[in-house]
Each structure stands twice: as C-alpha cells, then as structure tokens.
Design a protein around this ligand. Structure first.
Ligand SMILES: [Zn+2]
Length: 92
C-alpha cells in the first residue's frame, strides 16, 4: 500500500520542541515582512496604534495591520495575518 503525505502526520504536540525554540525571542527585533506590500524590517519600525484592550502595529509603507495583539483577562490574542513571515534570531 502506498503512503501519501496525508498519511505522514502527527499532532501539533510533536512540534513542541521546535516551537519552544521559536517562541522565545525579543519581538521588537524580529524581522517582519508585511503581507500587504512585502516590505521587511524590524518589528520596532511598525507604527503602533493602541486602544483599550490591545494594540495594532501597522506597516509604515502601506498601512496594513501587520500585528494585532490584545489581552483579555488572563489571555493574550495574537493575530499575525498581516505578516507574510517573521525572521527570528540570527543575531540581528
Ligand atoms: Zn506594507
């Protein structure tokens, strides 16, 4: 019987080790690529718009909401749909 890619998967717990390596960083130094215009630069160069429960970081070039973060009671919500990619580490 042939094995397909769909047969070769584990649940997300199997990625725990690598995810623990990735989600341990100083966020302002991460290089973020805007999904709107493709511009890349340190997250610290995005423009901050704050409101009651959270913050929105927008691209200075095209105004795309690149990062949205909110705190609701004891949980944080992170929306990265405006980021095409994050480059983490590498001694930036
Ligand atoms: Zn942009």
């Amino acid at each position: 019987m042939e094995t397909t890619d769909a047969d070769r998967h584990l649940d997300g717990n199997a990625a725990g080790g690598m995810l623990a390596e990735v989600f341990r960083f100083e966020a302002t130094t991460v290089i973020v690529t805007c999904a709107g215009c493709g511009a890349a630069g340190p997250m610290a160069e995005l423009l901050l718009y704050g409101h009651g429960m959270g913050q929105i970081l927008r691209c200075a070039g095209c105004d795309t909401a690149v990062v949205r973060v909110a705190r609701v009671r004891d949980r944080h919500w992170l929306d990265l749909r405006g980021a095409r990619s994050l480059q983490i580490g590498g001694g930036q």
